[in-house]
Design a protein around this ligand. Structure first.
Ligand SMILES: NC(=O)c1ccc[n+]([C@@H]2O[C@H](COP(=O)([O-])OP(=O)(O)OC[C@H]3O[C@@H](n4cnc5c(N)ncnc54)[C@H](OP(=O)(O)O)[C@@H]3O)[C@@H](O)[C@H]2O)c1
Length: 325
């Protein structure tokens, strides 16, 4: 039996139940992983509350990002052996001391990437890779808007966009978060709880607005974010921390300047194994070179997963959070 955090019924953080579970031997194409750390992500809260239905029904082990060592290898696996260090993103199963994992979702970690870094970045950092290099290719000199710039994805996104030469404009919920965002590549931080962020974006960019807006907030920043984007620019709605954007009239994109809009997810970009490895390798490169740092600003024992969720949803965290078994 191993320790895990399971959800037996959808609900608030209180439904996260710390208990022992049975983990069997790896089946065909699977690895058994001894976890060293699990990442905490906003998507974990969507599954917990049932906004995203669990693909395995109830109960399920929470968590979508982790890192650890291979302790057993199932039949048919040729790419991995016992002792390999791996990181991964996969739907559910991560808040546990040990787990089974499809080998085709595991990525070998380079020696210069720690387990804690990996658990804090496999989902958030690979997301940033596709956001800045695939969904919209950020170019030198472009104005880029990043909502929740001091968050887990936000701090990595600010650094990576800055590394690509962009002028990074971020929104944040407090002065402390503004300082942190600025220390992580954000050139201009807007306190969007107090200031009119559209007016500030216009002012900061001299009326030129932004070539792309990365929005993981959703409900409360829409549709104002569209007014921050220059004609033919792109609205990237990649999350719903404040709730989902409701259906809207597509003509609004024409009125705001023939904008492009997309609602991407890492699952699609990393669906093929070669894409997964390519995205992960780019992430390992920028982190390995020091161009992008992974701030792990909250660490919790696995049994305190509910507190980790309360802090994340209560806007009390910055950077990445991890759980340690
Ligand atoms: N599509 C994908 O592939 C993908 C992958 C990873 C993550 N995501 C999305 O990216 C977003 C960020 O994820 P994360 O895990 O890095 O979280 P996070 O940004 O660390 O935390 C969310 C932040 O959103 C801001 N926020 C604004 N309104 C909020 C509200 N009503 N409730 C809670 N927070 C609010 C808060 O920052 P302030 O206090 O500064 O406002 C909060 O710290 C989420 O929407 C997530 O679903 C998408």
């Amino acid at each position: 039996m191993v320790a895990a955090v399971r959800v037996h019924q959808y609900g608030g953080p209180e439904v996260l139940t710390y208990e022992d579970i049975e983990v069997g031997p790896p089946g065909q194409g699977q690895l058994r992983i001894k976890q060293h750390a699990s990442g905490v992500n906003f998507i974990d809260t969507y599954f917990r509350m049932g906004m995203y239905p669990s693909p395995v029904g109830l109960p399920f082990v929470s968590g979508n990002e982790g890192a650890g060592e291979v302790v057993a290898v199932g039949p048919g696996v040729t790419e991995f052996k016992v002792g390999d260090r791996v990181g991964y993103v996969t739907a559910l199963g991560c808040y546990a001391a040990e787990r089974l994992l499809a080998a085709d979702r595991a990525v070998k970690l380079p020696a210069n990437i720690t387990y804690e870094q990996a658990a804090a970045m496999m989902l958030k950092g690979m997301t940033v890779e596709y956001l800045v290099r695939r969904t919209f290719k950020v170019q030198k000199g472009q104005n880029v808007l990043v909502h929740a710039a001091a968050g887990g994805v936000g701090l990595i996104l600010c650094q990576w966009a800055n590394h690509l030469g962009a002028n990074v404009v971020g929104t944040v919920g407090s002065e402390k978060k503004a300082e942190l965002a600025k220390a992580n590549g954000c050139h201009h931080a807007i306190l969007y709880r107090d200031e009119d962020f559209v007016a500030r974006v216009k002012e900061i960019t001299d009326g030129k607005l932004c070539a792309v807006a990365y929005d993981g907030i959703g409900k409360t920043t829409f549709p104002a974010t569209l007014d921050c984007i220059s004609p033919l620019g792109m609205f990237v709605s990649f999350g719903s921390a404040s709730g989902q954007i409701e259906a809207f009239n597509i003509n609004i994109l024409q009125q705001k300047g023939s904008l492009f809009a997309t609602r991407p997810t890492l699952n699609t970009y990393a669906a093929k194994r070669e894409s997964l490895l390519d995205i992960a390798n780019h992430l390992f490169e920028v982190v390995g070179s020091g161009a992008v740092k992974i701030p792990v600003n909250q660490k919790y024992p696995l049994r305190d997963a509910a507190k980790a969720h309360r802090d994340l949803e209560g806007r009390a965290t910055t950077g990445s959070s991890i759980l340690l078994p």
